[in-house]
Structures are given as C-alpha cells and as structure tokens.
Design a protein. Structure first.
Length: 227
C-alpha cells in the first residue's frame, strides 16, 4: 500500500540459501530460511532451550511464517523485530556479500545499504537463553520484546520494540557477579530498564515500556535461574 519504485530486484531464491546447516561448532542459517524453519529446527531449539521457537511463534500465523525469511527480517532491522531481538542474545555473526563477516551486534547498528545478507552464523557457545514478549493481542506486533541470555558466563539483555530497534546491553556494573539472587535480579532489571531508551506509539507509552522491561528482565532471569 505504498507507491515506492523498485529499480532493481534481486531474486535470491535459487541460491540454495534456504537451509540450516549444523556442525559441531555452529549453525549456518541461509538468508532464505523461513521463520517457520527456525521454529521447527530441532538443533537450534535444543541449543537455545526453545527460545527461538518462543521468539517467532506469535508472528502472525503459520502460513506467514512459511514465507517470511530470516534474511529479510534481520536485514530490515525493524524496530518491532522479535527475530533481531532474539538473535542479538546469541553469539552470532552475519555474512554480507560485500561486507564479509561482521558481528550481528555491529550489523544491527550499521546504516542500511545495498549489500546482501547471505547467511547468519550462530556459534554454539555454551549458554542459556530465554525470550518473551508482551503483545496487546497474541499475533500483533510486540509492545516490548525481551531476550536474556548468559553466554560464556556473560549476561546479555536484548530489548526490542522499544519501539526502536533492538538494543543489546550487558551487565557492565557486575550486578550479577554473585549470582541470580532475588536482590541481584531486582537491581539488574531496574538497571536495564533505566538504561534502555523507550518511546511512545499507538501500542504503548514510553513509561509503560520502561515498566515492562523491568518486569520482563526479572521474569526472564528467574527463568534462566531454572524456575
Ligand atoms: C503483518 C505483518 C506482521 C508482522 N509481525 C511481526 C512480528 O510480530 N514480529 C516480527 O519480528 N516480525 C513481524 N513482521 C515482519 C516479518 O517477520 C518479516 O521480517 C518481514 O515481513 C520481512 O519479510 P521477508 O522475509 O519477506 O522480507 P522482504 O519483505 O522480502 O524484505 C525486507 C527488506 O529486506 C530486504 N532483504 C530481504 N532479504 C535480504 C537479504 N538476504 N539481503 C539484503 N536485503 C534483503 C528487502 O529488499 C526489503 O527491503 C511482520 C510483518 C507483517 C507484514
């Protein structure tokens, strides 16, 4: 429902980029892999303790997830993206046709250009992952998206739908250095909420989003602790 002109179209569908390859050390996810393939992939979901499934399962419906690609989702760097929010919690690189291999975190901050995302490389670095989002109705865009992980003993907090694009924070002040005690979890969630810029749109106010970040970081850390 727009009048944008497309001058060049590049079809990636015959390049064999529609598969997920798993080795002992990594997953190589082609740009044309669909969100449904992510949702159903046993290896990826075992490695992420089903966090990937949880991240994509409310995106519209199965027919839609059978078409939407991981390449389009990540390259778009959409503010509302559950996919970008989730992948930022992983030890993850993207392979660009011209730009080579860069970390997803770096890519997420780059300005959109005409490069092509070829694949996403997820390293099997030991870790724990939890993902959750708040939606006003189940298949709507998220009001807030929150991925929490502990990768190689480093805590990561990825907050999307702020409504700006996902932002990755780490425990810079070593609040969790003595473990996931009730007090540490509370202090950590308050710190993440205070350090994540939020804004208002028709789905929720900035203040509400900041409150949700506090709640979701707490819940996800409690789940990460194994409860
Ligand atoms: C109604 C609706 C609801 C949605 N809800 C959600 C939601 O709740 N959560 C969520 O995370 N997402 C949501 N999405 C986004 C969706 O999951 C897809 O990310 C999005 O539609 C992109 O789809 P696509 O893979 O067909 O990419 P396209 O639409 O084909 O591409 C998107 C953009 O990226 C470019 N592009 C595509 N592939 C590549 C590549 N390999 N290299 C370089 N550039 C590329 C295209 O040129 C285009 O500019 C929603 C989308 C719609 C339409």
């Amino acid at each position: 429902m727009a009048d944008k002109n497309v001058n060049n179209a590049i079809d990636l569908s015959d390049l064999g980029l529609d598969t997920i390859t798993e080795t002992e050390t990594e997953f190589s996810i082609g740009a044309m892999v669909t969100l449904r393939q992510l949702e159903l992939h046993e290896g990826l979901n075992t490695y992420t303790q089903n966090a990937i499934r949880q991240a994509v399962c409310d995106i519209v419906g199965v027919q839609f997830r059978n078409m939407a690609t991981v390449g389009g989702s990540i390259f778009g760097r959409f503010g509302f993206s559950d996919v970008l929010t989730m992948f930022l919690t992983l030890d993850c690189d993207v392979e660009l046709f011209q730009g080579g291999i860069v970390s997803l975190e770096q890519f997420s901050q780059m300005k959109p250009d005409n490069d092509i995302l070829v694949r996403i490389i997820v390293k099997k670095t030991p870790g724990q992952f939890v993902y959750d989002s708040m939606r006003n109705t189940r298949t709507d865009f998220p009001v807030i998206a929150c991925g929490v992980s502990c990768v190689n003993e480093e805590y990561r907090f990825s907050i999307g739908a702020r409504p700006g694009k996902a932002l990755l924070l780490r425990d810079e002040e070593h609040i969790l250095k003595d473990g996931l005690t009730e007090n540490n979890i509370r202090n950590m969630s308050k710190w993440v909420a205070a350090h994540t810029p939020t804004d208002s749109n028709l789905r929720g106010s900035a203040k509400y989003r900041t409150h949700l970040i506090d709640v979701f970081v707490q819940r996800n850390l409690i789940q990460l602790r194994g409860e």
